[in-house]
Design a protein around this ligand. Structure first.
Ligand code: C5P
Length: 367
């Protein structure tokens, strides 16, 4: 988090209910800005819902459709990093004059090697995570993939407890248990139905679980960096990450897919669907970054819950996915656990904030 306290990880609000105080503003000063802020948060909420649902369907479609040449997923991950870096450089450039832009890159990246080095760990972890998500999408149907990946909400919570030494209340621990029950039920359908097609739900499941653990860790680590260091803009932080992410994801191509790439070239199997998936993945990553900065727990959780429903409906139409009763029960438990995890006070704060009545969760929780 920057010193100005702007950046905020939505999954870190583990404040015990007893310590939550929601101050009500006594004057109308800032009412307009509060409206603007709640408008922005509503926009993020709607955007994340659509982004998440389309992302899951796209990544699954890109891996599951029948094509003569299947693209190399490590190349897709690398290109996503390149695209994100270009977008972030463009956004940084928008905020500065050309001279100050070059100066900012020099002072904030090259002349602060220690500060830049700090983002090395989350950058590397995100690369492994992104590669694992492609593996998972190759073996799990979109709905199962979407629901299982909700585990990352809770790996973030676990790492919050371990690394940041914050505590979870009893309801939140209960929500964790409900989530695991829900994910296990959803997996039952996946395990039964996919063996004939050559996909391995087990590999997909392991990939998504490991990816979720990495996501939780990287998120918390990134939060720690943002909190403790000099105020560097969100886009500049992402440019710093790209310094490590682009070369390491390129090395990953040659470690894993050297034979295919040497024989057929980097863009083997790249058609419009793959380009769209890569671009959408990049936009998704930057949306996560924006979410870390502006949105709150409720916003992200509402978005992912609705996205679960949308991806399941989308899978039914696109992939002839027929959810079993076990699947529906598991999905319901996962959605329920997400809401349960968000404390009652946070829910009240978010609803009030959407109406512009009370300050953000961050202010309310004084974190
Ligand atoms: O939801 P989750 O935290 O797992 O999202 C991680 C995704 O967001 C990864 O694809 C990662 O590359 C991307 N990301 C990003 N910039 C950040 C944080 C995450 O591009 N600052």
């Amino acid at each position: 988090m920057g010193k100005n306290g702007d950046d905020f990880h939505p999954l870190l609000h583990t404040t015990p209910e007893s310590s939550v105080k929601i101050p009500v503003p006594s004057v109308s000063v800032g009412r307009e800005s509060s409206h603007t802020r709640s408008g922005m948060k509503t926009a993020i909420l709607i955007w994340l819902t659509l982004q998440n649902s389309i992302h899951t369907l796209l990544i699954r479609y890109s891996r599951a459709r029948e094509v003569d040449a299947m693209f190399v997923s490590t190349v897709a991950v690398w290109l996503t990093e390149v695209i994100k870096c270009v977008i972030c450089l463009f956004l940084v450039a928008q905020e500065e004059t050309p001279r100050r832009f070059i100066h900012a890159l020099k002072t904030q990246i090259i002349e602060q090697p220690y500060d830049t080095m700090k983002v090395c760990i989350p950058a590397m972890i995100y690369i492994v995570q992104n590669n694992l998500f492609y593996v998972a999408a190759s073996h799990l149907d979109a709905a199962t993939f979407m629901i299982t990946s909700q585990l990352k909400i809770f790996t973030a919570a676990i790492f919050t407890v371990i690394i940041l030494r914050r505590s979870l209340n009893r309801t939140q621990w209960f929500a964790l248990a409900v989530l695991f029950a829900g994910v296990s039920l959803v997996q039952l359908q996946g395990t039964k139905s996919k063996e004939i097609t050559g996909e391995s739900p087990f590999i997909g499941f392991v990939a998504v679980v490991v990816a979720c653990c990495l996501s939780g860790f990287a998120g918390i680590y990134f939060e720690k960096i943002l909190k403790g260091s000099a105020p560097v803009s969100l886009w500049m932080r992402n440019v710093q990450m790209a310094v490590f992410a682009i070369p390491s994801s390129f090395i990953a191509i040659y470690m894993q897919d050297a034979k295919t790439v040497n024989e057929y070239g980097l863009l083997y199997g790249f058609d419009s669907i793959v380009w769209l998936t890569v671009l959408w993945y990049g936009i998704g990553g930057l949306s996560v970054a924006v979410c870390i900065k502006y949105a709150d727990n409720i916003a992200k959780n509402f978005a992912t819950s609705v996205a679960i429903v949308l991806s399941t409906i989308g899978s039914m139409f696109l992939f002839d996915f027929i959810p079993s009763l076990t699947f529906l029960l598991g999905a319901a438990l996962v959605i329920f656990s997400i809401f349960l995890y968000s404390s009652h006070q946070a829910m009240v704060a978010a609803l009030g904030r959407l109406r512009g009545e009370i300050p953000s969760t961050k202010e309310a929780f004084c974190l």
